[in-house]
Design a protein around this ligand. Structure first.
Ligand code: 5GP
Length: 190
């Protein structure tokens, strides 16, 4: 998606440890018009699929998922990363290793909100090694829901998570795929 690639080139900052900082438009300050265009594009790509729910993970997936969900007209469920008194009843859980925080944590989704008859699109801001998506897919498999696919804003293709999931037959649509990046350059997959 050209407009997203241009924003990455003009505002993205490559940090050490293969981290791309895009906090001026994606995951701190959020450009809602850009999110809306991403929703339009994901709706176009998934137009032939029936989707009943969007699943994402807190925190930075939530903003994008909400705007994307307007295009599909379905609710958003987000996996929670911490225990809370408000999160009661039966839960699906899965351990996820965080790329940015370098530690493992549990993600939790109430069984009330994902059912076997759901057809779910998973949304996230970044795809790197694929651990967040694997955890979300694990929760969907536990629920018996159908995994329609994933919609990702930025995939760091060189970290391999996306291609490994595609090889398993899972549909992964990423709006910008970075094949290489360094201190002063970002190279996109065609
Ligand atoms: P994965 O689980 O695929 O290794 O990493 C995906 C998760 O880590 C995303 O939910 C995202 O929040 C975070 N992440 C991975 N790489 C980056 C990055 O380069 N920049 C930022 N801002 N977040 C990242």
């Amino acid at each position: 998606m050209q407009v997203l690639k241009e924003r990455i080139l003009s505002e993205g900052v490559v940090k050490s440890g293969n981290v791309l900082k895009v906090d001026s438009f994606l995951n701190h300050q959020m450009d809602i018009n850009l999110f809306d265009a991403m929703g339009e594009e994901l709706k176009r790509r998934y137009k032939d699929e029936k989707i009943t729910k969007i699943l994402t993970i807190e925190a930075s997936g939530i903003g994008i998922a909400c705007i994307v969900a307007r295009h599909f007209g379905v609710p958003v469920v987000f996996a929670k990363k911490s225990e809370s008194k408000n999160l009661d009843g039966d839960l699906y859980t899965s351990p996820v290793y965080s790329f940015t925080h370098k530690k493992e944590y549990m993600i939790r989704v109430s069984k009330k909100f994902i059912k076997a008859e759901d057809r779910v699109l998973v949304i996230d801001d970044f795809l790197a090694n694929g651990k967040a998506l694997i955890g979300l897919f694990d929760i969907l498999n536990q629920s018996g829901a159908t995994i329609v696919g994933a919609g990702i804003a930025i995939e760091k293709g060189f970290q391999g998570g996306g291609d490994a999931l595609r090889e398993q037959g899972i549909r992964i649509e990423s709006l910008a795929i970075i094949d290489e990046m360094g201190e002063d350059f970002v190279k996109f997959r065609d």
